[in-house]
Design a protein around this ligand. Structure first.
Ligand SMILES: NC(=O)c1ccc[n+]([C@@H]2O[C@H](COP(=O)([O-])OP(=O)(O)OC[C@H]3O[C@@H](n4cnc5c(N)ncnc54)[C@H](O)[C@@H]3O)[C@@H](O)[C@H]2O)c1
Length: 324
């Protein structure tokens, strides 16, 4: 297939490009490099373009046959979205609408959307399945939920077939060591813990020690980046087989507390990881774990990396290569 990966210079998009190339697809990347890295783009064709720039995207779609768009481009910092919501609605929601409008004009058939557990807000029950009410508690989650809703309308009106994949916590790195996570600023637990292990950071903060969990720290569901990428491959196959548009929750189904992640990272790295307890953050649910049985049943998707230590091991190999 001819596939355009939007946001393909970022963490998840760059790993996606690598897998698509391995599977023999013709891959192009569009990214404005606001957060991504040019050297993470492994395919030949790269457009340094903002997805909201319709003149530029129109040129791309008019000059290149494109069967499917995989869409990873967005801002992802929850805290920043609370203080600057307009930045998130503008880029994540309006930017995506601008892209979709051009795609429809060129009759692009398939769209795979990176959505997030943040669309659900504070869970009423756990693990979270697709029937769980969608009630985002921050603008980041809201900006993505609006896209999910927009996609349903675009499907009804224009026949755009899509799959929304709601990731819980993407983690780990390319097992071959070529790619990894390098957000700036880094807000994700595993890379922060590993930066503390490597000495790039003095310590890490644990936000809240009195949650109703096994050890009082928040519990999250970590999914290996390659398992996530594999879910996208299953999703595009599903659409190409003629199935209707759909949304799936993606996770390991297992939760790990912040302290358990620190302990696992100490085991993998052989280093002591200093931490300090800090205040709870507003809007941090105690437990966020995915029920991915729908994706297991409908897409035939399962996770290869069940052991969180494997996820940490690959992330550690990447951290040891710093500066990248
Ligand atoms: N990382 C996670 O744990 C996680 C969890 C849930 C959902 N997601 C979703 O997955 C997607 C990818 O996340 P990531 O961790 O790879 O983030 P990332 O910041 O590493 O990658 C995003 C990429 O999109 C690009 N981009 C942003 N706005 C753009 C625009 N207007 N035009 C063109 N390019 C633009 C950035 O330059 C960057 O390369 C996001 O949509 C995010 O909401 C990520």
């Amino acid at each position: 297939m001819n596939i355009l990966v939007v946001g393909g210079a970022g963490y998840i998009g760059s790993h996606m490009v690598k897998q698509l190339l391995k599977d023999g697809h013709h891959v192009m990347v569009m990214d404005n490099l606001s957060k991504g890295y040019r050297d993470a783009v492994l395919c030949k064709t790269f457009f340094e373009i903002d997805m909201a720039d319709q003149a530029a995207t129109t040129k791309i779609f008019s000059e290149n046959p494109i069967d499917a768009v995989f869409h990873f481009a967005s801002f992802i910092e929850v805290g920043e979205s609370i203080s600057n919501p307009e930045k998130y609605f503008k880029n994540n929601t309006e930017g995506t609408q601008a892209l979709l409008e051009v795609m429809i004009q060129f009759h692009v058939k398939y769209f795979i959307f990176s959505s997030t557990a943040a669309i659900f807000g504070s869970p009423n029950y756990s693990p979270i399945d697709e029937r769980h009410p969608k009630s985002p508690i921050n603008p980041y989650g809201h900006s993505k939920l609006l896209v999910e809703e927009m996609l349903e309308r675009f499907d009804s009106a224009h026949g755009l077939r899509f799959v929304s994949l709601r990731y819980f916590n993407a983690a780990g790195a390319d097992p071959e060591g070529e790619l990894g996570e390098r957000h700036n600023p880094e807000t994700h637990l595993i890379p922060l813990v590993l930066q503390a292990a490597s000495g790039r950071r003095d310590s890490i903060s644990i936000f809240g020690s009195d949650y109703d969990t096994l050890d009082g720290t928040c519990v999250r569901d970590y999914i290996h980046i390659n398992d996530l990428v594999e879910a996208h491959m299953k999703a595009i196959t599903y659409l190409r087989q003629g199935h209707p548009s759909a949304a799936f929750n993606l996770g390991n189904g297992k939760g790990f507390s912040v302290k358990q992640i620190i302990e696992a990272a100490e085991e993998v790295t052989g280093k002591k990881i200093p931490f300090i307890f800090d205040e709870r953050r507003i809007g941090d649910p105690s437990i966020l774990v995915a029920d991915a049985s729908l994706a297991n049943d409908v897409l035939g998707w399962t996770t290869e990396y069940q052991d969180v230590r494997d996820i940490i091991k690959h992330a550690w190999n990447w951290e040891k290569k710093y500066p990248w």
